[in-house]
Ligand binder design. Structure first.
Ligand SMILES: NC(=O)c1ccc[n+]([C@@H]2O[C@H](COP(=O)([O-])OP(=O)(O)OC[C@H]3O[C@@H](n4cnc5c(N)ncnc54)[C@H](O)[C@@H]3O)[C@@H](O)[C@H]2O)c1
Length: 349
């Protein structure tokens, strides 16, 4: 890849700082820019601390060398100097994004990629009038990106495919797990899935079916452990002998009924047949399906056969060495790192 290994972090709040940890830990030179030099300077200290915390978990080799790659830029033009990638992480408003992207497009080198961390605003809403709009895209992280590797790459209709491909290669090079959202859609992928899950969670709690604590447990001690190394499509491919189409034939109607109904209405609803076409492309008999099947079978074979039950935070930590030994590098190595750290930092109910 033809890159200078330089990134400009524009906005050094929660997300910008975390991006700085990702890139510095991934051997990039990092320039920090914020409205005030003091804010960026303070962020530099927090980035160094973050790198040292990661090193304690064995996730960064040389935190001092990584921290030394981070500098505070004197101004926006200085931050953009020779940057391959500009990671904008300013507050979430269309006006702010429009204004900063106009500046970035004016000042950055023509080959620099301009990426926004925005959670909710599609790139076509703030890049349409720019001369360099072909090099702009959304690169939406999951908070905090230095612990959770997923990043959603979402181009506008005019974003050049080679820009998306180059951005993907850069994020991969620093240990992130980029996915490509093929067309702009509100909420991208992760937040749309989260919205469905949360809205059902609220319905179940409000309907008196479960306590919030037990609902959280369902994810923490149930799906969450499985989903750290195997996605829902991989799971259902293994849940029926003929893969996903077979799963849809067997369970599609009831799945459809459950997902469509209010909990209290379930018994009164006629199940709709589940659309099978989506599953056909992932058939275990096709090349792609076979690959996914092989990968998920490998994960399953290497996963612990029995998991401790009744996990608490301490239980999760106790489980991790076991997961670490059992999961291959191919099976989402960062998931283990995430599970190590999240219980210490996420506030609990
Ligand atoms: N917080 C999250 O959980 C999360 C997750 C994913 C994506 N995002 C997205 O990341 C972006 C940043 O969010 P955040 O939570 O880090 O916000 P934040 O408020 O913590 O940080 C914003 C930073 O931008 C700086 N800033 C404001 N105006 C500026 C300007 N004109 N020039 C330079 N710097 C300026 C502020 O001083 C601050 O340091 C948003 O677009 C948000 O939607 C946030």
């Amino acid at each position: 890849m033809d890159v200078n290994n330089r990134v400009a972090i524009i906005g050094t709040g929660l997300i910008g700082r975390s991006w700085a940890i990702v890139f510095a830990g991934g051997a990039f030179d990092v320039a920090l820019y914020d409205v005030g030099l003091d804010i960026a300077e303070q962020a530099r200290g927090l980035v160094a601390q973050g790198l040292s915390d990661l090193a304690e978990q064995g996730l960064v080799n040389d935190p001092k060398a990584a921290a030394a790659r981070v500098r505070v830029a004197a101004n926006l033009a200085d931050a953009l100097d020779a940057a391959d990638l500009v990671q904008e992480s300013l507050p979430e408003s269309i006006e702010t994004k429009r204004s900063i992207f106009s500046e970035l497009d004016r000042l950055a080198a023509p080959e620099a990629i301009l990426a926004s961390s925005t959670s909710t605003i599609v790139a076509s809403l703030f890049t349409e009038s720019l001369k360099g709009r072909h090099r702009c895209l959304v690169a939406h992280p999951v908070n905090p990106p230095h612990l959770i590797p997923l990043v959603e790459l979402v181009g506008a209709p005019w974003t050049a495919p080679e820009i998306v491909a180059k951005a993907k290669a850069i994020y991969q090079a620093v240990g992130q797990a980029p996915i490509i959202v093929k067309r702009e859609i509100e909420g991208f992928i992760l937040n749309r899935l989260q919205a469905v899950l949360l809205s059902e969670a609220f319905r179940l709690v409000e309907g008196g079916y479960v306590t919030p604590q037990d609902l959280d447990k369902t994810l923490k001690d149930g799906f969450g452990l499985r989903w750290s190394f195997m996605g829902p499509f991989e799971t259902i491919e293994l849940n029926a002998p003929g893969g996903i189409p077979d799963y849809c034939r067997r369970y599609g109607a009831s799945l459809s009924a459950l997902s469509a109904a209010n909990p209290g209405d379930l018994r009164r609803r006629e199940p709709r047949p589940y659309p099978g076409a989506m599953g056909e492309g992932l058939d275990a008999r096709s090349g792609r399906g076979a690959h996914a099947l092989a990968r998920s079978q490998a994960c399953r074979a290497q996963a612990p056969q029995s998991l401790p039950t009744g996990l608490s935070d301490n239980g999760v930590r106790a489980l991790l060495p076991c997961l670490q030994r059992s999961l291959s590098q191919e099976c989402a190595p960062n998931a283990v790192a995430v599970a190590f750290t999240v219980p210490q930092t996420i506030p609990r109910l």
